[in-house]
Ligand binder design. Structure first.
Ligand code: DLL
Length: 433
């Protein structure tokens, strides 16, 4: 079995809960005294830190949203003097100002630990060569993986994203064994490798840690076969720490949440009510060890479900399912909730198209229309028009059956949909509502 911190990762749940409660109580006291925003919010709800006596009392606490972070831009929610902050990251939102997050030295230590757990679960060790093709900079992907890989003593190749051909040459020459990047970039790398005439047998790659955007099981298969690796899903968000919030083990039956640091809940996004095990809803986190920017019940907008039964790997840490979408990248077409990942699954199951697609939503005569642009493979593209028409019909039917709404599918030439080096942009919403 591969663990980085067997003691914490496989702890008996009662003991874990005792630790969680102790840390939660300390965190609530700390934000109450050091963050005026939280004191005010708790006062509004008529609660004081002493009201938190059990983990169940978590639900008494106020939620925090991305908007709250924006309203307190840039440092308003930090809980320590700025002189204690040793690192700042930021995530760009689709609108408005970025969300700014700060770490103390201690926070960086926690981040390195949770990333070490993540990498070891994906088969990495001190002998690994970890090529970090997540962006370095304000984005947390690059440096987050970097510190974890150094912590386990691996050899880090800090190449950052972009410069795809050079990236591949380095992968071959330096004997990279673990690749870290977004799943969409992993596919782009595989595609470019083919163009360069480099065969996967020339690589020493064994595994990849992919995250920062939703991806389907079919996309996993695609990446695994094109790069001849085992592909692991890793999840995180800047507000909570960056990558390292949760990770897959070798059984890949959900991502283990590092819940000795981040307490998860699933809520109904409309009512805020806490949902039970296995129910789908919005994931909410309370950080219970972070110093710089502790967050109480932070609403991630990610949709998933939690499972508490013991995993075959021996870890007792709760598992979250693959994120099926966000409450806000969810598109609503004629009243029906649609997640890009649903369409991706349908496309990849067909096998005749490439995993590159884009959804264009528009409103014509007051009616929402969804157009799905799908890239066909070179092989398919050289076929007769009749065959392409048949394929278009087949895809349309399959998507319509899955979503229950009508869609317009348009096949496009190979390599016409813009590739991304980071998070892929899947949806273009042209509606003016
Ligand atoms: O994307 C942190 C990260 C970097 C995670 C590298 C994994 C690997 P943000 O830029 O703040 O942070 O974006 C966070 O990305 O709320 C999810 O919607 C989405 N996301 C992250 N990981 C996954 C994943 C980083 N494995 C937002 N599956 C989150 C699905 C993911 N969505």
């Amino acid at each position: 079995m591969r663990y980085w911190d067997e003691h914490m990762e496989c702890m008996d749940r009662n003991t874990l809960q005792e630790i969680q409660l102790k840390r939660l109580v300390e965190t609530v006291k700390r934000v109450y005294t050091s963050v005026p925003y939280y004191r005010r919010k708790m006062q509004e709800l008529g609660i004081i830190p002493e009201d938190i006596k059990s983990l169940d009392d978590l639900k008494k606490l106020p939620f925090t949203t991305k908007q709250d972070l924006r309203d307190n831009y840039p440092y308003g929610l930090f809980a320590v003097p700025l002189s204690e902050i040793v690192r700042i990251h930021a995530s760009s939102g689709t609108t408005g100002k970025p969300t700014v997050v700060g770490y103390t030295k201690h926070d960086i230590g926690i981040w390195s630990e949770v990333m070490a757990r993540t990498l070891v679960a994906a088969g990495a060790d001190k002998h690994s060569f970890v090529q970090i093709a997540y962006g370095y900079g304000l984005f947390t992907g690059g440096l987050g993986v970097h510190y974890g890989a150094e912590r386990i003593g691996a050899s880090v190749i800090p190449i950052s994203s972009g410069n795809t051909r050079r990236q591949i040459q380095i992968m071959v020459d330096f004997g990279t064994t673990v690749l870290a990047c977004t799943p969409s970039y992993a596919l782009y790398l595989a595609e470019t490798m083919e163009e360069m005439g480099i065969d996967k047998s020339q690589l020493k790659l064994k595994s990849g840690v992919f995250g920062a955007e939703p991806w389907s099981e079919n996309m996993r298969k695609e990446i695994e076969s094109k790069l001849n690796i085992k592909a692991y899903d890793i999840y995180g968000l800047s507000e909570i720490i960056g990558p390292g919030v949760s990770f897959e083990c070798e059984y890949q039956c959900g991502m283990h949440i590092n819940e000795d640091h981040f307490l998860p809940e699933i809520i109904n996004p409309e009512t805020g009510e806490v949902l039970g095990e296995g129910e789908y809803g919005e994931l909410v986190f309370t950080t219970i060890t972070k110093e710089g920017l502790p967050l109480i019940r932070y609403r991630t907008r990610d949709i998933t479900a939690l499972h508490y039964d013991r995993c075959k790997c021996g870890r007792t840490l709760v598992r979250m399912e693959k994120v099926i979408g966000r409450t806000d990248d969810m598109i609503i077409i004629r009243g029906v909730n649609v997640f890009p990942s649903q369409i991706e699954s349908v496309l990849l199951e067909m096998g005749e198209v490439e995993p590159h697609y884009q959804l264009i939503v528009d409103r014509v005569n007051n009616l929402d229309v969804l157009e799905v642009l799908v890239e066909v493979s070179e092989r398919m593209f050289s076929d007769e028009v009749k065959k392409l028409e048949q394929l278009e019909k087949k895809i349309t039917k399959a998507i319509e059956e899955t979503l229950g709404i009508s869609v317009k599918v348009r096949l496009v030439e190979p390599k016409t949909i813009e590739r991304s080096e980071g998070k892929a942009k899947r949806v273009i919403d042209k509606r003016k509502i």
